[in-house]
Design a protein around this ligand. Structure first.
Ligand SMILES: [Zn+2]
Length: 246
């Protein structure tokens, strides 16, 4: 796997210049996950998915994890939960995107594992996407008559492509209907997430407390469902990566 942190500067320069890799960046959270799931579930699940994809597409990708903490103010009643302020989180990731583009990485895929990050980051990444295209793509704006013209021009002529995805949004709704019984999907530490946890991190899940079902939503979770979910995620993300490479 091409983890950016373990390249030296010459290797990083050569790899980026020659292979024009896409960056894969996991984001998540360090926050309470009821009694049965571990606190680092969100960042570690997103990281596993990102690492697997970076391994699978090792010639065309580079893996980098700038942060493990996310936006979790709504979980702060539980000690051990970490949160960044919205502006801090967005600020750090915006600067990371900016640094990558300045270094020649023009395609960036975020794989997010935490619900609290989703809305602020979607807005922020739409804006940084436009800003970077505007700053770095040398687009001739002399014929632009409206902001719509401008956005069309940016999206058409730029090599810069930044996508922010949350992994639970990648499935086909029919797949979820078949696999997950709980109507509260994706939920928090519920059937979906607990199944994935049982498959990826069996040692960090308390199966007895899972049965106590604090919110009554994890009792149908199984390792087998987790495997189906994980394999579907890798398949769906692989398709998205192929689209972004072309
Ligand atoms: Zn979670």
């Amino acid at each position: 796997m091409n983890n950016l942190e373990f390249f030296n500067r010459n290797e990083a320069r050569d790899f980026i210049n020659k292979n024009k890799p896409m960056a894969i960046i996991p984001t998540g959270s360090v926050e309470q996950h009821l009694n049965h799931l571990f606190i680092g579930m969100d960042i570690n699940s997103a990281t596993k998915i990102a690492e697997e994809l970076a391994n699978k597409f090792s010639k065309n990708t580079i893996f980098y994890r700038p942060l493990n903490v996310g936006i979790a103010e709504h979980h702060m009643a539980f000690p051990g939960t970490m949160t960044l302020r919205v502006n801090t989180f967005i600020g750090v990731l915006t600067d990371v995107v900016n640094s990558m583009i300045r270094g020649g990485i023009t395609k960036i895929l975020f794989i997010n594992g935490h619900g609290g990050n989703t809305e602020p980051m979607r807005t922020a990444m739409q804006n940084i996407n436009l800003e970077m295209k505007g700053v770095h793509s040398n687009i001739d704006t002399s014929e632009v008559r409206s902001h719509i013209d401008y956005m069309e021009l940016l999206n058409k002529d730029s090599e810069i492509d930044i996508k922010y995805t949350s992994y639970w949004e990648m499935h086909d709704p029919n797949f979820i209907k078949e696999v997950i019984k709980d109507p509260n999907y994706p939920g928090h530490a519920g059937e979906y997430e607990t199944s994935l946890g049982l498959y990826l991190f069996p040692d960090f899940i308390d199966k007895d407390l899972m049965k106590n079902k604090p919110l009554g939503t994890a009792n149908h979770a199984t390792k087998e469902k987790g495997k189906l979910i994980y394999e579907d995620l890798i398949e769906k993300y692989s398709k998205l990566l192929q689209e972004m490479f072309n």
